[in-house]
Design a protein around this ligand. Structure first.
Ligand code: NDP
Length: 280
């Protein structure tokens, strides 16, 4: 066994994950001696795998689908943003030896929107989806002081639940896909529909002049959502590869106390994603 500090991303499936590559690039850039690998965890085994990994030189793990909720329950102590999200994507040892759960998804999205010069303050934002990813990004979006923030979801109860949970941070509008009205400066797709090449049916005319469209999913070609935005005349579109790199950078910082430059890593990843076909 190497003496390097050990890190991993835990999920199922996880073989497609870009996280080992991203963290290898960060480690090289920041001259950190560490190893990071992907571990596929069988259902029911998540707590045992985490405890075992962390007790053998493990310094931290990232958590992906479908274990973010289990990681939330497993953590001894939670950051405020993890508590808000109700989900954990990063685990590490706290200073007093407890297992600390954090969620870096929201920070990752906000940093990437900043890179793209997409403003949030005084903007009308429409968020598609009310799943785990939407939970992680809602509180930072509300804290950015948009004019309005509207959530649409197929299962409307989940959207109402989020509305209640976030009420102390600001007002959240809730609508159905058929019923959503108005013009928006930014539409964010936090559904998993693009994974299946599907764009949820939305009324025409929701994108205001100069609006931006952001899909949390990334791919080697425009996603179904990005294609829809193009068809609506939107010129400022992005997929979520930048968010993936930014949320990873935030985890890396928590573990190594060193903030990697993300732009060269994103450029490298973009080239690598373009060169492959399996890019979910
Ligand atoms: P969840 O399974 O928790 O939630 C899925 C969401 O998608 C739900 O709101 C669900 O609606 C909705 N949905 C699924 N299929 C459809 C459809 N055909 N039409 C309309 N809505 C649909 O997934 P996550 O929230 O964890 O992930 C969502 C996406 O975000 C994924 O593509 C994931 O890859 C991406 N992601 C990207 C990250 C990044 O760093 N770039 C980080 C985290 C996630 P309902 O509740 O009604 O079923």
């Amino acid at each position: 066994m190497s003496e390097s500090d050990q890190y991993a991303v835990l999920g199922n499936p996880v073989a497609h994950s870009r996280s080992p590559r991203i963290h290898a690039l960060f480690a090289l850039q920041c001259e950190q001696s560490m190893q990071y690998r992907a571990i596929c965890v069988e259902p029911g085994m998540f707590p045992a795998v985490v405890r075992d990994f962390m007790q053998r030189q493990g310094k931290g793990v990232n958590v992906t689908v479908p274990f973010k909720q289990e990681a939330f329950e497993l953590a001894d102590v939670l950051t405020e943003r993890a508590q808000r999200a109700g989900a954990v994507n990063t685990l590490l040892w706290s200073n007093d030896g407890r297992l600390l759960g954090d969620n870096t998804d929201g920070t990752g999205l906000l940093r990437d929107l900043q890179r793209l010069q997409i403003a949030l303050k005084n903007r009308r934002i429409l968020l598609l989806g009310a799943g785990g990813a939407a939970r992680g990004i809602l509180s930072p979006l509300l804290q950015a002081e948009p004019t309005s923030l509207t959530v649409v979801n197929r299962n409307i109860d989940k959207a109402h639940q989020l509305q209640q949970e976030m009420a102390d941070l600001g007002e959240l509008q809730v609508a159905t896909y058929e019923g959503v009205q108005g013009a928006f400066d930014l539409i964010i797709n936090a559904t998993s529909a693009s994974l299946h090449g599907i764009m949820p049916a939305l009324p025409e005319g929701l994108l205001a002049s100069g609006a931006a469209a952001y899909d949390l999913m990334y791919a080697d070609r425009p996603t179904a959502f990005m294609q829809w935005a193009t068809d609506q005349g939107c010129t400022l579109r992005s997929d979520g590869l930048g968010m993936l790199v930014e949320q990873a950078a935030e985890s890396f910082y928590l573990w190594r106390h060193c903030r990697p430059a993300t732009a060269p890593v994103l450029e490298q990843l973009r080239r690598e994603v373009a060169a492959t076909t399996d890019s979910t």
